[in-house]
Design a protein around this ligand. Structure first.
Ligand SMILES: Cc1cc2nc3c(=O)[nH]c(=O)nc-3n(C[C@H](O)[C@H](O)[C@H](O)COP(=O)(O)O)c2cc1C
Length: 139
């Protein structure tokens, strides 16, 4: 199996509804392919982890690369894995507090424990925690 992480910049004016549509398609596509992962959005940037069979991950990533709802996609991690970090999530989504309230929004001072799987690789936890500007728990 393979895990890929990238960051990108959301297109100006991307709405909550637009993100909802991205998530609907992602969850159904990913479920069919047994792809799992995590999508974080901090108001301007995305960070996404996608994991599953190598060919499936690359195929979906090729689509994501040319998706005009974001730009400047930069892959920051690509690694062979034996275990999934997000086994239960076809695509879970968190948006960091942008002062609007919504059930899916997390606050900067929320504890990271409840948001990310406890046993996920530390390197990955640090990546997402930093992106979400949450201080990771000490090792
Ligand atoms: C930030 C972001 C994350 C995305 N994540 C996924 C994903 O995990 N799985 C997926 O199938 N599509 C994802 N998409 C949507 C794909 O780019 C694409 O629109 C979708 O797979 C449908 O492709 P198709 O129109 O070729 O059928 C994402 C798009 C964006 C902008």
């Amino acid at each position: 199996m393979y895990r890929l992480v990238y960051v990108s910049t959301a297109k100006d004016g991307l709405s909550t509804e637009d993100i909802g549509r991205i998530l609907d398609v992602s969850q159904s596509n990913n479920h069919e392919r047994y792809l799992t992962g995590f999508l974080a959005h901090n108001g301007r940037h995305f960070m996404q982890a996608l994991e599953g069979a190598y060919d499936e991950v690359r195929e979906i990533f090729d689509r994501i690369l040319v998706d005009d709802r974001h730009e400047g996609v930069v892959q920051i991690l690509g690694e062979t894995i034996t275990e999934r970090a997000f086994p239960d999530w076809a695509m879970n989504y968190f948006r960091v507090d942008d002062r609007r309230s919504s059930a899916m929004v997390i606050r900067h001072d929320d504890p990271v424990d409840g948001l990310l799987p406890k046993d996920m690789p530390r390197e990955l936890l640090h990546l997402f925690a930093r992106f979400m500007r949450i201080e990771p728990l000490p090792a």
